[in-house]
Design a binder for this molecule. Structure first.
Ligand code: G3P
Ligand code: CA
Length: 290
């Protein structure tokens, strides 16, 4: 089902941000499963890469926030300087076999102790069990991986083609939308996977001018500005739609203090007053269906 078809129905799209990450540890099978139980239209995997070139479902470039890597491999901190102070364990310094030893659930809540980090292939196989549910993979930090001689986009294109996900029949059963903050990555997939819609992520006001939107239209099918950018420039929605671009926003979460009575009200304002087509939320069960 092509992007225009997905949105032409006018049905607003619910994207489960890192799964139902408000209620289960992000990027785990429990989080993805709960998102599907809560009727998400799409489930979002952020993608990282292991030392042996396997795509895994991981938001950060490092492992210390969402796993017990510091306990399991205390002496293997990576020799890198990152913005956040303290030791870091880069995912690309560990093989899949090593990463599968890590607990990716306990940090969130002891009830999820023993949960493992899924590979992208395992996530695909899981979502395929719910025909009609889509995936919304994010190519995270391709430049970082490039600096470590890992071509993340190439690995991504290979796994998509190995599973036939770009084929029209497959896209009907499991819609796919690719997303990235990295313009080069979005341009590459527009050439290598032309049947798959692709969305450019941004937090910059400079990316939502009419001239910039016209440029984006040459390689992207949609734009995904952070919600604060849309709040500052609500006219961008009309401009983007006039150019045939979809508009998606992020991130809507129950645990965030905002000026709205509830996250349901906040989402309803962006969807039905400002007219965006889709949004990322940690709490799919709060999505205002109409
Ligand atoms: O991908 C949409 C939104 O999730 C972008 O922010 O940091 O949560 O990946 P982040
Ligand atoms: Ca993301």
């Amino acid at each position: 089902m092509s992007l225009p078809a997905i949105h032409a129905q006018g049905r607003k799209q619910l994207i489960a941000h890192r799964g139902a990450s408000g209620s289960a540890p992000e990027h785990t099978i429990p989080s993805y499963t709960l998102a599907m139980d809560q009727k998400a239209d799409f489930v979002e995997p952020d993608l990282g890469v292991t030392k042996d070139n396997v795509l895994v479902c991981l938001h950060d470039d490092t492992l210390e926030r969402t796993t017990n890597i510091a306990d399991v491999f205390p002496t293997r901190a990576s020799k890198v300087e990152l913005r956040q102070p303290g030791p870091h364990w880069l995912a690309s310094d560990f093989t899949l076999a090593e990463i599968k030893q890590l607990d990716a659930g306990k940090w969130f809540n002891p009830q999820f102790a023993g949960t493992r980090m899924p590979t992208f292939q395992e996530m695909i196989d899981l979502v395929k069990t719910r025909p009609g549910t889509g995936i919304y993979p994010e190519l995270k930090s391709p430049e970082l991986y490039k600096s470590r001689n890992i071509d993340q986009v190439k690995l991504f294109v290979e796994i998509v083609k190995k599973n036939g996900l770009e084929k029209p029949d497959s896209l009907k059963a499991m819609p796919v939308i690719i997303q990235s903050f990295d313009e080069t990555a979005v341009r590459r997939v527009s050439k290598e996977l032309p049947t798959i819609p692709r969305v450019f992520l941004t937090s910059n006001d400079a990316d939502v001018t009419e001239a910039r939107l016209k440029a984006l239209k040459t390689f992207a099918t949609g734009i995904a500005p952070e919600k604060a950018v849309i709040a500052r420039h609500p006219e961008l929605v009309k401009t983007a739609h006039a150019l045939g671009l979809t508009v998606t926003s992020w991130t809507f979460r129950k645990d965030e203090k905002t000026s709205y009575p509830s996250v349901n009200d906040e989402m309803a304002h962006f969807l039905y007053d400002l007219g965006i087509d889709a949004l990322f939320t940690n709490d799919p069960d709060q999505f205002p269906r109409r």
